[in-house]
Design a protein around this ligand. Structure first.
Ligand SMILES: Nc1ncnc2c1ncn2[C@@H]1O[C@H](COP(=O)(O)OP(=O)(O)O)[C@@H](O)[C@H]1O
Ligand SMILES: [Mg+2]
Length: 314
């Protein structure tokens, strides 16, 4: 049984200015114990997909299950299996940190939870803030409480929606050390992030959303091995010869060319020299997840897009 299963999920928002298709035929499974990364530019539908998973938004089509529980038909059981760290900071400012966590425990029917609450507070560097009121905390500290709140009932599936957007390096490290340990203990993690290096370091598998559609679904290692190629970067003021222009990624004067191996790098340089194109600031480096991401978003991926409706497991 997958920890999370999205089956042909579609979502159309209907508003005063017409309807908007935020999700379209999204299907994939997340295996139990997997650390899964959901990437995509702003507006791709990541938060909408998580809202559907959390039962906060109703999908227009399709079906979603969490640990086998349908998020609509079996909403309470599905919700209890999830710990969700939302993208937006929302709190009752009048409670202390400990009260906030006790109330959340009560909401899930968990009693006598103080030992676990203390452990979570310590792990997240919040132990000395337990009695502080929520309104006294900095943004970074509030973010930590949001994480603690998601974990009070020890959910098997932990969902983090851009948890590190705008947070300091220390919190990122604290958070990833803790979430990494929970994942090793068997918790499934679904993470959305803008930080591709984070996804590269943490996630076993990655799905990429673009305009509401799943455009890539691969093991992180496979995505990266598709780019175990060399990236040639340089600046030029001149037009590239047609043979190179077709495969180059150009941003203003900056040109990037992907090469399979050293011999191809040499052949690119010979072609440039032959065409009399002058290059400056020549660099040769490894491609990374960011290169894959840009290529997939431009529809020029070396990795095949998943067929619509086919979900793959770990
Ligand atoms: N309640 C809503 N009503 C109408 N449109 C919405 C609503 N929520 C989100 N959208 C639109 O759906 C698209 C996907 O948004 P979202 O899921 O927040 O993307 P992401 O989290 O990937 O940035 C965006 O174009 C957004 O403007
Ligand atoms: Mg979002």
């Amino acid at each position: 049984m997958p920890a999370v299963s999205f089956q042909q999920v579609g979502k159309t928002y209907n508003g005063a200015r017409g309807s908007f298709r935020a999700l379209d035929g999204v299907s994939f499974d997340i295996g139990e114990g997997e650390f899964f990364g959901l990437l995509g530019p702003n507006g791709a539908g990541k938060t909408t997909l998580i809202s559907v998973l959390a039962g906060l938004t109703r999908a227009t089509e399709g079906r979603v299950t969490v640990m086998g529980h349908d998020v609509q038909a079996d909403a309470a059981a599905a919700r209890k299996a999830l710990g969700i760290v939302p993208q937006e900071l929302v709190f009752d400012p009048f409670f202390s940190v400990r009260e906030t966590l006790r109330i959340q425990s009560g909401y899930f029917g968990v009693k006598g939870n103080d030992a676990w609450i203390d452990e979570v507070l310590a792990e997240l560097g919040l132990a000395d803030k337990a009695n502080a009121n929520m309104r006294q905390l900095s943004g970074g500290m509030k973010r930590r409480v949001l994480v603690a709140q998601a974990l009070v009932h020890k959910p098997p599936v932990i969902v983090l929606d851009e948890p590190t957007a705008g947070v300091d390096v220390e919190l990122r490290q604290t958070l990833w050390a803790f979430i990494g340990r929970l994942n090793k203990q068997g918790h499934t993690v679904l993470l959305t992030t803008h930080y591709l290096e984070e996804a590269e370091a943490l996630c076993h598998r990655i799905g990429m959303l673009k305009q509401g559609r799943l455009v890539a679904l691969e093991r992180t290692a496979t995505l990266l091995s598709a780019t175990h190629s060399t990236m040639l970067r340089f600046k030029t003021d001149q037009a590239l010869p047609a043979a190179l222009a077709a495969q180059a990624r150009s941003t203003g004067r900056i040109v990037q060319l992907r090469a399979r191996d050293a011999a191809e790098v040499e052949s690119f340089l010979a072609t440039l020299r032959g065409a009399g194109v002058g290059v400056e600031d020549l660099e040769i480096g490894r491609a990374d997840l960011e290169d894959v991401f840009v290529q997939i978003m431009q529809g020029r991926s070396p990795v095949a897009a998943p067929a619509q409706g086919v979900g793959a497991s770990a």
